[in-house]
Design a protein around this ligand. Sequence first.
Ligand SMILES: [Zn+2]
Length: 431
Amino acid sequence: MLTGRKYLLDLTPEQAAFAERISGACRAVWNTALEQRRTYRRREAFIGYHEQARQLVEAKREPELEWLAEVPGHCLQQTLIDLDAACTRHGTWRVHWKSKTRTRPSFRFPEGGKITVERLNRRWARVKLPKLGWVRLRWTRPLGGAVKNATVLCEGQRWFVSFLVDDGIQTPVRHAIPETAIGVDRGVAKIVTTSQGRFHHKVFATGREIEHAAKLQRDWARTRKGSNRRRRAARRVEAFAAKIRRRRAAFAAKTAHMLTLDHDLIVFEALKTKNMTATVAPKPDPERPGAFLPNKAAAKSGLNRAILDKGWHRIELAVRSKARYTGTSVITVNPVNTSITCHECKHVEAKSRKSQAVFVCASCGHRDHADVNAAKNILTAGRAELAQARPAARVGARKPRSRVGRKANRQATAVQDLATASPGLAGISRH
Ligand SMILES: [Zn+2]
């Protein structure tokens, strides 16, 4: 099956500068091609990948666009393919622009056959990428399969390469240990609680680190727009956020490994993505018309969100990915009332949840850890759902529920319409 392998790159200063130029060109192609698609849509016409790819070839012949011709052509083409996929999936109006400062630089080499990876010694290997040449990478794990494509990306101030490899492993027909279903409750105090009463938790940023992050953000806010100091400050903020993200990814991967290894069925509650991703509504000030009261929007965005985020969705993604190796089934159920229902007598009452951790049933007096009780209810709901569905649905249930998924995508890609005239791909400019 297809899986990812990510390695830290050790680029020379020239390679790093070239990588920046490649990602800049890809960004320019993305934004121009997206604008072109929108312009066509405004005229109730349509332009697709093939026509855009043809125009790109023409654009590269223009003498003033030699910066476009210098970068690997396949990366630019791949950008158009990715844009096409994004527009098909989310609709032209919901696809994001790529920003110079806010989007992480990245580009992809689609042809795995043209990518050679060689081991140099115990700690280092090198990869030959079209036009970039040999690039050293920190060898932390074997590739374990044939390379399908390679994505080069910058996180914080570090460049990484992520290979998509085919490891040739097939998903087992059934899990090695049958009848080992669990329910999983995701929360804040404990990130993951299982119906067996086990907790998986990690603090992603210590108190001192949070103070440090606040200082980094204050430093950034004090700099002038467009200055070099601002760029440096932004890089430090981004590097910190990247560190937190790596910790969260590691936690998700480890948790997913432990859960899938021992269980043939994992039941999650479907996440209420609306509350998680929606922007905070503005609060008009009743005393001053046109002015607004603080609405705690800052607390839900940027670095704060990176720190507060528990990675609930990432855990589910990691579990679904690992489940392909163990044959574990993963399903989601409606989370309604799971935290206030008594698992023993099924009595539903909000008062039963005495505190964050304590559940005492108001009807039968059953005591349990509140999250464990919720996880047990999630498991019961999952079993009920499976019993209702036909046996074949159990395999199908691994896919994310399309209705929930579409809704999440819609919210995640709410974009503003920059109503500017499209110059077409030939009028591409370097921003
Ligand atoms: Zn009860």
